[in-house]
Write a protein that binds this ligand. Sequence first.
Ligand code: DGL
Length: 272
Amino acid sequence: MIGVFDSGSGGLTILKALKQALPDQDFLYYGDHRNAPYGHRENEQIVDLTRAGVDTLMQSGCKLVILACNTAAAVALRTLQQNWLENHYPGNRILGVLVPMVEAITGLPWTADASPDVKRQDRILLFATKKTVGSGAYLEEVAKRAPNVELVQKACPGLVDAIEGGAGEQPLRGLINGYVSEIDSRGVSAAVLGCTHFPLVEAYFQDALPTGIKILSQPDIVAAALAEYLARHPTFNTVSKGSVELLTSGDPQAASEVGRRFLSQDICFSAA
Ligand code: DGL
């Protein structure tokens, strides 16, 4: 069983793509709805909450956990991998959404930081929460591997709350047009929607961006990366019934309602 952790409902966009790419895997999703959103929290809290969520998933039998939440991956992944995982769950693994996205942005494998590609020049946009942008994690990892790829970061305050709260098309387009109008998108080839909720409004981003800018779809890229990872690490390959179980730290009914709206399908969360 593969664990998928998110601060709340947004990670369902990643889970959906994982399920499509790997239909025979069993997935256990844990949404920390009680403490969402993480995008406004202090780093220490994000680390503590992410650790608790991963712990819940690993105690339930997941040897591999994907941090679907960009904020958690940007702020907490390295700390958990370096200071906690080996002591508590030796042999288990935590992967985040950031690594495959950095690979997609740079066009290089993650291990390429030893010999950076200085020839590759590009400008790429990153839309994310204030916390992910402020962490500088994407900037740092891209700069190490492709120093001439300029990542133009744009925090999107209010967008997660608006999507989560069920805002309609016009207000959502208004917010997105506003973010896009504040950046210089000259010479930009691609944009990353580096937040679990943003694929739900990808079409509005595409409309707001100048023609020709390609959106790098995080759910699809993460799903393809997981499929490759499992092929290379058969110990974590848990091909089984293809089941999906959804747990929440919050109110299961409320989480199920938001989840149904996000996925346009009938889903049901249980209390963790
Ligand atoms: N899941 C978060 C992310 O991808 C967005 C919601 C939150 O701020 O908790 O960054």
